[in-house]
Ligand binder design. Sequence first.
Ligand SMILES: Nc1ncnc2c1ncn2[C@@H]1O[C@H](COP(=O)(O)OP(=O)(O)OP(=O)(O)O)[C@@H](O)[C@H]1O
Ligand SMILES: [Mg+2]
Length: 295
Amino acid sequence: MAMDQADKLRQKMELLKEQAPTARVIAVTSGKGGVGKTSLSVNLALQFREQGKRVVILDADFGLANVEVMLGIRPLYNLADLIFDNKSIEEIITEGPMGIGFISGGSGVQDLVNLDKDKLKKLIAKLVKLDSLYDIVIIDTGAGIADSVIEFVLSSPEVLLVVTPEPTSITDSYSLLKAVNRKKEFVREQKSIRVVTNRVSNKDEGQEIYDKISIVVSKFLNIQLDYLGYIPDDKRIVNAVIEQKPISLTAPDSEPAFHIRNICNRLLNLPVDEEKPEGIAKVLLNFIKTKKKNL
Ligand SMILES: Nc1ncnc2c1ncn2[C@@H]1O[C@H](COP(=O)(O)OP(=O)(O)OP(=O)(O)O)[C@@H](O)[C@H]1O
Ligand SMILES: [Mg+2]
């Protein structure tokens, strides 16, 4: 039986899909700095791993306690080595506890914008490989409206917005979303922005903060947020950062670890159409395009 054109095309597409699996990309961001993005990224990665997912963190943050500091592991290479030093994608991934991976952005994130066509092509080929190596890529972004944060939020299909009870955290979250909303690259139908409240004293406080933000964001920006859950303010998280041992490893049964596990499970149990596995290659290509346009 002869196949018609459409059948052939469909078959080709199916094959391509099988050959090129794509990772789920989740950008962790915030309006204000120091609210717990990196701590959440690292612990979430460990919890995803616990659930059998292959996870890598892309550390795009220039903050003080970045991923390497939190894990107490110094990476040999960073994203810039992938771009300029002909390192392979495997070489620039540092292995963390439980087999989570992380990639230090270093100066590489800024370099992405200045690549010529040839270098860009090579980079994308390497990133496609990254898509096949991992199920989930967590991008730990910086905070606020500087440092490529807006572009990461625009490019990533799934965004986790971390908010604390501090009034400035709430107002800066709004400012970030307002800045994102102004960009023509922002397509609200293609994006899920989910809120995690951190350092709250109880469930009600978390819910109140979420309600406050989601109401104004819905009213003035016409963006619908979702609530993923809360993480209590807990001294053990402060100590975990100092000791460079994430709480999900050292105290998996503690209250904060329990809440982070809940957030992880919510992310894994979303209806399929709310997961957006676009792939890290596509997301970073979008990031570069958006960044170039907004230079
Ligand atoms: N749930 C929590 N309970 C208590 N302290 C916390 C909690 N979450 C974070 N912290 C504290 O806040 C500090 C900052 O956290 P973290 O470095 O994860 O924030 P960040 O948003 O990544 O910061 P930056 O914007 O600088 O990258 C941590 O060192 C820790 O002491
Ligand atoms: Mg950080």
